[in-house]
Design a protein around this ligand. Structure first.
Ligand code: PFF
Ligand code: NA
Length: 440
């Protein structure tokens, strides 16, 4: 085995972590889950979850990764708690499961780059989504997305991806801000802002059992938690870096991109449909595609170019997340079983392609894949990680948090307290509600 590298600069780590975090979870999922879970009530719980649970949890993964200095599966052995390897393994499986359908949505994005360039959806945005989101074409583009992901992981165009990521976040923010302002100027968008930003607490009280688990799991998904990704990335981190500073930055940037995407999609849905329509009419998985597609259609020829650029940037965001999922398992297998990197990356990608064809064939399957990830796999994986870091590894974890952090003592103590108490309870409740919701 070659000697392990570390990130050349702090920025390198932040970019990789942000690249993994910012993706379809923010731009595609967050707006439509907000729309299907009561609007601002969901946003409210999500914000609390990202800050109060997501941040402590991401720090827990950073601790394990930097301390162990090895991939997510072997990390627990390295920390002398081999029984907890099950956490790493579960994370790996969760990541693979998610990648199988994440790639299907990545395929839709590819479709929309071309659909924009040619103006293919300009006549009927909702009908177009219905016709390209499932079936043979979706399967073909799912294959393309998976192959590109595997190609990057196999042959490492890291340079390219790092440069692309550096540009990605600023371009996404600029484009989303532009679209949000445009949506604001359109007739009919006004009602969207109270729906999106002013929580209906009565709705929340009546739907706690579904809003809470979806919002908390959305925070996990969005922060790339429970899948070994953050453990793996932090394993390349040097000791002089402040974990709390880096973690806070990732949480803030990731949350901001999600909120911004909602400020685009929700008002546009109100403009077109007078509210958030039900899933079949374009309010579910199609929300992003149908709503912004209509904007580009209205802009005519200029919309063709703008749309192609917009979806190309979304594609970069999706790819930088997908490669982090595939990298976790690839680095583990290459390190331990001596297979070549290309064979490993394409082997896993091929198998996940096959699994994902179900989700590409039919959006009901895609929803089911997503539900299993949200309701069971993610909260379970995060819960086990939190128990480990808080109760098994606690004191050493505190040392790790303090490193490179000025005045870190108080923060580290508060962090451990949070992980041991309310974070643990919160994740447990999320898992419990998620599982009971599935069987409801
Ligand atoms: N965080 C990514 C998103 O919000 O799109 C999805 C993701 C990437 C989840 C990588 C997990 C992961 F390991
Ligand atoms: Na995200």
């Amino acid at each position: 085995m070659t000697e392990r590298e570390t990130w050349a600069t702090r920025l390198g780590f932040i970019l990789a972590a942000v690249g993994s975090a910012v993706g379809l979870g923010n731009i595609w999922q967050f707006p439509f889950k907000t729309g299907t879970n009561g609007g601002a009530a969901f946003v409210f719980v999500y914000l609390l979850a990202a800050l109060l649970i997501g941040l402590p949890a991401i720090l827990g993964e950073f601790v394990v990764g930097r301390r162990a200095n090895i991939n997510a599966v072997e990390a627990f052995e390295r920390l002398k708690h081999p029984a907890w390897t099950v956490v790493g393994a579960l994370g790996l499986l969760t990541g693979l499961w998610i990648l199988s359908y994440y790639s299907v949505v990545g395929g839709w994005v590819i479709r929309y780059i071309f659909g924009s360039a040619t103006g293919a959806y300009f006549g009927d945005a909702a009908g177009y989504f219905a016709s390209v989101s499932a079936g043979w074409e979706a399967i073909g583009l799912h294959a393309v997305f998976m192959a590109v992901t595997a190609g990057i992981v196999a042959f490492g165009v890291e340079d390219g991806i790092e440069k692309a990521t550096k540009l990605m976040v600023p371009s996404i923010v600029v484009m989303l801000v532009g679209l949000a302002i445009y949506a604001f100027t359109l007739d009919g968008s006004t009602a969207a802002y109270s729906y999106y930003l002013s929580p209906d607490f009565e709705y929340l009280a009546n739907n706690l059992g579904s809003v809470v688990p979806f919002a908390v799991s959305q925070a996990f998904f969005s922060l790339s938690l429970g899948m070994g990704a953050m453990i793996t990335y932090a394993s390349y981190l040097g000791d002089d870096d402040s974990l709390p500073a880096d973690g806070s930055l990732v949480v803030v940037l990731n949350t901001a991109v999600g909120l911004l995407a909602g400020l685009v999609v929700i008002p546009l849905l109100f403009v077109q449909f007078g509210g958030v329509p039900d899933a079949a009419a374009g309010g579910g998985a199609g929300a992003l595609f149908v709503s912004v597609a209509q904007v580009f259609a209205d802009l005519g020829t200029a919309g063709q170019a703008l749309g192609a650029v917009f979806f190309a940037v979304v594609l970069i965001a999706a790819l930088s997340s997908a490669i982090s999922l595939l990298e976790v398992v690839t680095s583990y297998v290459v390190d331990n079983y001596g297979y070549s990197r290309p064979a490993t990356a394409f082997g896993f990608a091929g198998s996940l392609f096959v699994l994902g064809t179900l989700a590409a064939w039919n959006t009901a399957w895609l929803t089911w894949f997503d539900t299993l990830a949200y309701s069971v796999l993610l909260p379970l994986s995060v819960l086990l990680g939190v128990v480990f870091v808080g109760w098994v590894y606690g004191p050493q974890a505190v040392d790790e948090i303090k490193k490179g952090t000025s005045g870190g003592e108080t923060f580290a103590t508060a962090w451990l307290w949070s992980i041991r108490t309310y974070v643990l309870v919160g994740v447990f409740v999320t898992l419990y509600l998620g599982v009971t919701d599935i069987y409801a």
